[in-house]
Design a protein around this ligand. Structure first.
Ligand code: ARG
Length: 458
């Protein structure tokens, strides 16, 4: 049988496979609340403009609330034959309120309707991501505060480089997650314009008030070009891009937690709440949550690439290709929010071992740079010469299997005559971090200043 919406033009109904490829109700039902909200605003505006009667608008708006509660109660009979959420809602409205339902779609198209619904949905996800990032930043700040002066090895190439503090390392992630947060804020601000009333593509001859619907839906303004309004999905691309960058940050921290919790590092212990055991190896405590967070970038970036690829080369205005936007964004948003929550929980329950961190910080000649800097400062050597002298001392210590502070003054002077007893003062890891007072450096008071700045900012 021909379609109820466009049966006037069609004699026959679609092939079963056509229905299967065409229908989006299987996933876009997630937009029901946004769809109903948009339709209620549209109906109110149509009445205010005298395009439909107030009693019709009332019937529509009340009926839509009934549909909303029916969907929320569960068991709503979503129909594939009705393609998508927009037509499912409207068809049910028709059953409920009869003739006035047919007036709802005046001056509107599914093209601006879906663009509006999806914008509202993605906007909510920006807010959720911002909340998730706030919680995560809070957890990282607590870790930073607890360990503002715990010394640990800083790495480059995953080789011991220079001592840093636990607080400094945690605050590095606070900075990254802070930029992620502002990316979602930026994206939200840019996407917050209303496509509603762009109609199919060209606008409409009805005297609609797009400013009114924009305001009713919490948008800052109506979008200024009706072709653009129904055609672009850059708001979804921005959300996905911000999500991808955030997922990269999550993945790197997750990787560090995996490494740090290994028997070889033992920098941290994960709580029972965030680890799993093994069915065969009784000693195991596996960092599964961290591993899964590390992996989420795979699907999130996958979704991003998928939607970029769908959008490229699409002529204006709407094409059905764009129906493929939703599942990608749904999946990416779900998994990003889950990963943010898991990371915040895991970090809150994480126990670092300050003794073990300090022990590791002292290994691997981590204060060799401090020794070279001492030679520059106290003995007046050019840095390159100081580097060479220190390199020889490291080689000597390495050959003897000792750390730098265990060399004697005689050993030191055999490499360079102007070294004095004084040098031993800079070879300790605490001295090393305390000396790094440059802005943004690892010195505990610098780190504490950054913690205080962030606590104020949150
Ligand atoms: N289900 C469609 C989508 O998600 C709604 C818009 C349909 N518009 C149309 N002209 N077929 O994109």
């Amino acid at each position: 049988t021909a379609n109820a919406m466009w049966g006037g033009r069609f004699a026959a109904g679609p092939d079963a496979i056509m229905t299967a490829i065409n229908a989006s109700i299987g996933f876009d039902r997630r937009l029901y609340a946004q769809d109903i909200r948009g339709s209620r605003a549209h109906a109110a505006m149509l009445a205010a403009q005298g395009i439909i009667t107030s009693s019709d608008a009332e019937a529509i708006r009340e009926g839509l609330l009934t549909v909303l509660s029916e969907i929320e109660a569960g068991g709503f009979p979503f129909s594939e034959a009705l393609e998508d959420i927009h037509m499912n809602v409207e068809a049910r409205l028709k059953e409920l309120v009869g003739e006035p339902a047919g007036r709802l779609h005046t001056g509107r198209s599914r093209n601006d309707q879906v663009a509006t619904d999806f914008r509202l949905w993605v906007r909510d996800q920006c807010d959720a991501a911002i909340d998730g990032l706030r919680a995560l930043i809070g957890a990282a700040l607590s870790q930073a505060e607890a360990g503002a002066d715990w010394v640990m090895p800083g790495f480059t190439h995953l080789q011991t480089a220079q001592p840093v503090t636990w607080g400094h390392h945690m605050m590095a992630y606070v900075e990254m997650f802070g930029r992620d947060l502002s990316r979602f804020q930026d994206a939200r601000r840019r996407m917050n314009e209303s496509p509603l009333g762009a109609a199919a593509l060209a606008g409409t001859g009805y005297p609609i008030d797009r400013h009114a619907t924009a305001e009713a839906l919490g948008f800052d303004a109506p979008m200024a070009n009706s072709l653009d309004a129904v055609s672009d999905r850059d708001f979804a691309l921005e959300f996905l891009s911000a999500a991808s960058i955030c997922a990269v940050h999550l993945s790197r921290l997750a990787e560090e937690l995996v490494i740090w919790s290994s028997a070889q590092f033992r920098f941290v212990a994960m709580s029972d709440k965030w680890s799993t055991g093994s069915s065969i190896m009784p000693q195991k405590r596996n960092p599964d949550a961290a591993e899964l967070i590390r992996a989420k970038i795979g699907r999130i970036l996958g979704a991003t690439v998928a939607l970029f690829t769908v959008m490229k080369g699409l002529p204006l205005a709407y094409s059905k290709d764009m129906q493929e936007d939703k599942e990608q964004v749904f999946d990416a948003a779900d998994h990003l929010l889950l990963a943010l929550a898991a990371m915040a929980g895991m970090l809150s329950d994480l126990t670092a071992d300050p003794q073990r961190l300090e022990q590791a910080a002292s290994a691997g000649f981590s204060t060799a740079t401090d020794l070279a800097d001492w030679l520059v400062r106290e003995a007046g050597l050019p840095f390159r010469d100081a580097h060479h002298v220190t390199g020889s001392l490291v080689a000597m210590a390495e050959a003897r299997g000792v750390d730098l502070p265990e060399l004697t003054l005689d050993d030191m002077q055999s490499v360079h005559g102007s070294i004095t007893e004084d040098v031993f003062g800079v070879l300790g890891v605490h001295n090393s971090v305390a000396s790094r007072q440059s802005y943004g450096g690892t010195a505990p008071d610098q780190v504490r200043a950054q913690i205080a700045r962030w606590k104020e900012k949150l």
